[in-house]
Design a protein around this ligand. Sequence first.
Ligand code: ADP
Ligand code: MG
Length: 307
Amino acid sequence: ATPAATMVGSTISAKNGVLFKGGDVLERVRETDAVVFDKTGTLTEGEMQLTDVEPVERNVRADGGAVAAQAVDESFVLAVAASAESGSEHPLGEAIVRGADEHGIDLATVETFENVPGKGVEATTEHGDVLVGNRALLDDRRIDSTPATETMERLEGEGKTAMLVALDGDVIGVVATADTVRESAKATVSALHDRGYEVYMLTGDNDRTASAVAAEVGIPTERVRSEVLPDEKADVIESIQADGTRAMMVGDGVNDAPALTTAHIGVAIGSGTDVAMEAADVTLMRSDPADVLKAIRISEATLSKIR
Ligand code: ADP
Ligand code: MG
């Protein structure tokens, strides 16, 4: 674009809450073939609420090798999970702590805390050695998560993020959070499909939860990329772009920055992190997925007027 074209584009866009960074961005936006949305915080509000706490019977070896089931109650599961998460800055951890607070549960002292990116947290508390996170986290620590399989699958089928809670090597329960799909998400996906764009969803969340949310917004199952670790998000963009497809990646988190840079066009949602905005070519000030369509329209209109 000429400097004049860039200026016209920027002026229009600033008024609409869509900011284009630099001259060639306007032109590149209209070349997009596929739009890849991060799930949490982009298609959804990113404000998790604790929805479920479910104990899982744990088998305790009694004298003589007999196996007796020891039941734990809901408030114990929540106390164990929230205590371990009390040092967490992850939205999931914060939701668990807030939920415990709302239920008047006192937190135990934490001796050690470790954040395991894309998997969960590990902490030593007054309760013992605690893990809160996904199956991969428990698999890494050689803890059997099968006693919780049924509960996990049921909650995930409802589109919730279900997390395993383990204490001293055994699963003791499951906690789940839910997030609200943004109001304009479904209409935006449908409008993008009408205009011939491929629409993808990218998330660290598990496949069942991701598919439930994808179904809600109309993204086809074969275009859902789930259980993607933070440092793998850029690789997923690369694989989508491998056949020459030009992808627009829309995300909000620190995790998303490399993917935003790798994509043909990186779009940051305004409520997201500074890191995401720095990595992005376009910023949507209003955190509204519908503004992706607005950015495409501005790009097309501005350039056709000038030509
Ligand atoms: P996203 O890509 O959706 O932002 P993350 O990569 O941050 O997700 O996390 C992926 C998965 O790891 C979560 O869905 C959750 O199962 C688990 N996880 C991450 N952080 C935590 C935490 N603090 N507590 C429990 N589970 C967590
Ligand atoms: Mg995210």
